[in-house]
Each structure stands twice: as C-alpha cells, then as structure tokens.
Design a protein around this ligand. Structure first.
Ligand code: ZN
Length: 348
C-alpha cells in the first residue's frame, strides 16, 4: 500500500475544540471521538501539519449551523467582542498549543527551517484580532508565543476592520476595508514575518492588504463562481491572489462547497474538484491549496475528517490533475508561501 500523499492544511479550529472540551488536551489531541482532527486521524490521512487557528468564540452567541440549512440566508454581523474577553479565550488556546509542543505532539513553525524538521508542524494562527489593542502590544506578545499567521477579522467588526456577514447569495463587497489601525497591524505583521489572512475580510479589506504589498492569502475560502456565498472569492480576487504570489486554501465546509449554499447535500468531492479547477484556472496551480476548516464547519459525508483526505487526493487524480499539481495543492504551495513569509533570516 502506498503511503498517503503528505497534506499541509491551511485552516482548522482544533485548538478551539480542545479549549471548549476542557479536560486533558494532550489526550484529546492524540485521539478523540469527536471533531474532525486528532493525531490518529492526521496520521491515517497523511496530514503532516497545517495552520491551527485560535478563535475567540462568543459563548452567548454560538454559531448555529442550522441557519445555513435553507439558503438564501443573510445573517447579521455578530456583535463586537471586548479585548479582555477575547484575550482570555486566546490565551487559553495559546497555552494548549504550548502544552502540545512541550509534550512532543507537535512543533510550532516559527521560522522557515522548522518546515524541514520531522513530526507534526503547526503554524499558529489568530482568526480575528479582537484580543489585540491599538498599540499592537499583544501582537508582539503572541508572536513571541509562536504566532505566525493572523486574520485581522473574523465575521464581526474589530478596531482593525470589518468581516463579511454570512450571506447566500452574495459576495464580500459588504463594507469598509482596513481602518488606520488595521493598516498598522498589517504592516507590523509584515515586519514580524507573519502571514496575513484575508479569509473573512471584506473585498475592500482584501484590496487594502494587497495595496500594502503582501502576498494575498485566503486560508479557507472557495470560488464564488461555483458557490456564490459571501465567504467565497470572486474571479477578480482569485486572479489577484495568483498575481501577488499568494495562496487560496479550499474550504471543505459544506455551505462553502455546495453550489446551492446548503449545509446538506451529496457530491461534495465533485464540488471540491470544481472549486479547485476554477481556482487553478484563475489563480494558477502554484497558488491553490487546501484549507479544510476541520473542527470549524460542518464537513461533507464523504470528507468527514482528516482520515478521509486520501479520498480527495484520489478524486484529484481521477479528475486528471497531474502528480505535480496534486503535490502543490496538498503541501507544496503552503510550503513555498511560508518559506517566503517566514524568511530564512527570521531567528524566531
Ligand atoms: Zn473561518
């Protein structure tokens, strides 16, 4: 039996799941009966690493995925979250990330050379910068704890900008771009050698990141042309990602994948191939990767967890994607982007 092709994934919410579950995060990360991702299933699926998000969930307003059952839908932007509340939640998840590293279960990627080391590689990501104040002190503190990737907004406003509301049909042209503080945040991320993630950003925010000269990265977004929901990217945005040397990661979440925008439905692997083919056509094969959204969105029946990744790889081969293209999508493109952003000189 051939070993599964290595997968480096652009987005998951395993740290949020571990933090919410309580108990022993090391045991739960080794193997767990819930969620989509743990070491056992990563090994089975060939997943050798990825971007692991920290996210400040509003417990009083948990996202109810049933809202996506009957498109069209148009959800209001969730309310702002206070900095102290967000910081407490993010601190708990950064602490779990450090515990997993101390236990030898994974290694946080701090500099480009870390991508050459064995074991599970985790790029620590912040999804929404509510926990960071206007002086950006918390950004430097989180960078020192291993943070190497950041999305200024999730789908709610921050002092840095505004996210897109969940809407189907609709695109991300929904509101303002980065605030002056948001532009300072993006510049500081560039200076620190961090990825800036535009998934969840408004179209104007996306353009503002591009105007700062950073590679345009959307860690977990799909193509509007296949599924016109507001979290997915227009053809123009996909072209810009390719032209900037950035990367877009295919989101497996059903309501980003299914053409009808619904939470249920068959044919997910075919829809995934349609998104990938379209994104390759617009952005180029060197700029398309995976960004599962494991533990953060409902997964399709035929792609239920990390152990199922070889099914998607097999479908790519069936669809006529060449070996080099499959390797680029599965790990090569994230690898190249990370080496470029983290840089050989970053002593981390
Ligand atoms: Zn997300």
């Amino acid at each position: 039996m051939n070993a599964p092709i290595p997968v480096f994934d652009g987005h998951n919410d395993a740290l949020l799941r571990l933090a919410r579950a309580g108990g022993d995060p090391e045991a739960a990360f080794r193997a767990s009966r819930t969620g989509h991702i743990d070491l056992a299933r990563m090994r089975a699926g060939g997943m050798r690493g990825g971007f692991f998000a920290m996210f400040a969930l509003d417990d009083s307003l948990p996202l109810d995925f049933k809202l996506f059952d009957a498109p069209p839908y148009d959800l209001p932007l969730p309310p702002r979250m206070g900095q102290a509340e967000a910081l407490a939640r993010i601190d708990a998840q950064a602490t779990i990330a450090a515990r997993l590293e101390r236990a030898g279960l994974w290694r946080l990627v701090r500099k480009a050379a870390d991508l050459d080391r064995g074991g599970v590689q985790a790029v620590l990501h912040l999804e929404g910068a509510e926990c960071i104040g206007p002086d950006l002190v918390e950004l430097d503190a989180l960078h020192a704890r291993g943070l190497r990737s950041l999305g200024p907004v999730w789908s709610r406003p921050t002092i840095f900008g505004e996210g897109v509301p969940f809407r189907y049909p609709g695109d991300a042209d929904t509101g303002p771009g980065l605030t002056p503080a948001g532009k300072r945040l993006v510049r500081r991320c560039r200076a620190l050698g961090m990825v800036v993630d535009t998934s969840h950003m408004t179209m104007r925010g996306f353009d503002d990141v591009g105007a700062e000269g950073l590679p345009l990265v959307a860690t977990h977004s799909n193509a509007q042309a296949i599924c016109p929901c507001s979290r997915n990217l227009t053809d123009r945005q996909l072209r810009d990602i390719g032209a900037s040397g950035g990367v877009v990661g295919l989101n497996f979440g059903t309501f980003f994948l299914n053409p009808d925008g619904g939470r249920q439905g068959a044919g997910a692997l075919d829809h995934a191939i349609a998104h990938l083919a379209h994104m390759i056509e617009l952005a180029g094969a060197a700029h398309v990767a995976l960004g599962s959204d494991f533990d953060g969105a409902p997964m399709p029946e035929d792609l239920p967890d990390a152990a199922a990744l070889p099914r998607l790889v097999a479908r790519m081969a069936q669809a006529g994607f060449g070996r080099d293209t499959i390797a680029a999508i599965c790990h090569g493109n994230w690898d190249r982007l990370l080496r470029r952003v983290l840089g050989p000189a970053d002593a981390g």
